[in-house]
Design a protein around this ligand. Structure first.
Ligand SMILES: [Zn+2]
Length: 500
């Protein structure tokens, strides 16, 4: 019994528990995307809650969202049995609890008990006829099989994060944006006419050839039109896609790319600079862009990207969407592809649709009609507005929903084709779990506002007053103004606006 079968059913109550939200919001949460799994509104809330939790841990790219909820029908029968394993009487049993799997410890105890009972039974029949000897043997086999099954397996991100090259197969996006892999990937050149790839150490400049072509086109056309100085390209996908060690829930099938909102400097950045340079936040506060850094260039770049037919969605922070709505004038048809979402205030996220020939690619629902500048945007701005801590404490006795680390995605959670993709070309993935560490620097601004702006955070003590913040030394790294990297220096020295 693999670990995922114990853990995966745990997701279901989380999703079921979540409250309702307008269905059209589902499209905006496409990073979690799996509206094909169930009521879309539930996923929005779940994604929101997950994002809040993530923001507390470490807010990186903040693309993070809840992984697709398991389809009840997909759960193996054995998992259902496990879930129904009798356990100690619960002081407040609920219908929801019944659907949960027995906690791991309890499960282990139950297993051990069963094993012990089998062994005892075998021992008692010490007079050993052939039959009991056989029973003894089968009990032993059972036990070793169980032990074998309990050996931890490498997670999908460990398997896919260690592959250095593309699968030498036909180009195909396999599965869902946040649960899939990529076959026949192409890498975007680290330098090209009108672009430079950042954070080269991550080896995430891979994508479906259609995505690579799109980025090359955007770079070429936006610079030729003198609308933008060039693209600083952030994360795309790993050579064979799949889950990543850091930063994203999506970007798994080679159809997503992050593009910084910082203009490209007029020179080739060194490898070191591409590791060290921080992107600049476009926000003055949670509800407004900073006109000192945000302007016509960003508007034109996003508009151009949205105008390409293969682009299905562009994700930006709600405050950026608001600025785009205000700047759009009469030509507003492109705005519906630009979706407000958590994070995405120092980069925007471009997502293309399933390419032709990618038969196992799971398409996302179409974006809703309209420019999305009305009630939906207002709603999103509320979501990202800093929350005041509630006056009254939570009434006691109300069980809080399970929190803690998200269950890891395992190879068995991905489409079966992903095993072929992983093994192609004689690749030998690790067989035991190995810690995956992304030691590259966050692409986000040094004084990241994400944790206060990107998610409705749980009640927290009041942050220090801006006065105190201003005089504090930068905590992550002391910033050395580098004349070679003006943008990085600007990001580091930019005073952070108080947001609540
Ligand atoms: Zn992204």
């Amino acid at each position: 019994m693999s670990l995922i079968r114990h853990v995966a059913p745990w997701l279901l109550p989380l999703v079921v528990l979540a409250g309702s939200a307008r269905a059209e919001d589902a499209a905006a949460t496409d990073e979690s995307g799996p509206s094909w799994h169930g009521p879309a509104g539930h996923l929005v809330e779940a994604a929101e809650k997950q994002t809040a939790a993530d923001a507390q841990n470490k807010s990186l790219d903040n693309d993070a969202v809840v992984p697709p909820a398991p389809k009840p029908a997909d759960r193996p029968a054995a998992a259902k049995e496990k879930a129904a394993t009798p356990k100690k009487p619960d002081p407040a049993p609920t219908a929801k609890k019944a659907a949960e799997p027995a906690p791991k410890a309890a499960q282990a105890a139950a297993d051990a008990k069963q094993d012990a009972a089998k062994q005892d039974a075998a021992k008692k029949d010490g007079k050993a006829d052939d039959k009991s000897a056989k029973d003894d043997k089968s009990a032993k086999d059972d036990k070793s099989a169980k032990k074998e099954a309990k050996k931890p397996l490498p997670t999908a991100k460990q398997l896919f994060g260690t592959v250095k090259s593309a699968a030498p197969l036909k180009a195909r996006a396999v599965g869902w944006y946040a649960k899939g892999c990529l076959s026949g990937a192409k890498s975007l050149a680290v330098d090209g006419p009108g672009w430079q790839v950042m954070r080269l150490s991550r080896n995430r400049n891979w994508g479906h050839p259609d995505l690579v072509a799109l980025l090359e086109r955007l770079a070429k056309e936006s610079t030729a039109a003198k609308e933008w100085s060039g693209l600083l390209v952030g994360d795309m996908s790993q050579p064979r896609g799949g889950p990543m060690a850091s930063g994203h829930a999506s970007h798994q099938v080679g159809l997503d790319a992050d593009i910084w909102l910082t203009p490209m400097p007029n020179r080739t950045l060194t490898r070191r600079e591409r590791e060290d340079m921080s992107a600049v936040s476009m926000l003055a506060n949670a509800g407004a862009v900073d006109p000192k850094v945000w302007g016509d260039g960003q508007v034109k770049l996003i508009k151009r990207a949205a105008s390409y037919s293969s682009v299905e969605r562009i994700l930006v922070h709600p405050a950026l969407k608001k600025a785009l709505c205000e700047a759009a004038g009469k030509d507003r048809h492109w705005l519906n592809k630009v979706r407000p979402y958590f994070g995405h205030f120092y980069h925007f996220h471009v997502r293309i649709g399933c390419p032709s020939g990618s038969t196992n690619c799971q398409a996302q629902p179409p974006v809703p009609d309209g420019d999305g500048c009305g009630a939906e945007l207002t709603d999103w701005l509320k979501r990202v507005a800093p929350k005041k801590p509630p006056v009254a404490a939570k009434p006691p006795g109300k069980p809080s929903k399970p929190s803690g680390p998200k269950p890891e995605i395992m190879l068995a959670d991905l489409p079966a084709d992903c095993t072929t993709v992983l093994m192609a070309g004689g690749n030998k993935p690790p067989t035991v779990p190995a810690e995956m560490v992304d030691s590259s620097k966050d692409a986000g601004p040094v004084n990241d506002l994400t944790s206060v702006t990107a998610a409705p955070a749980p009640p927290k003590p009041e942050p220090p007053k801006p006065e105190a913040q201003k005089h504090e030394p930068a905590k992550a790294e002391p910033h050395k103004p580098d004349p070679k990297a003006p943008a990085a220096a600007a990001a580091a020295t930019k005073p952070q606006a108080k947001t609540n």
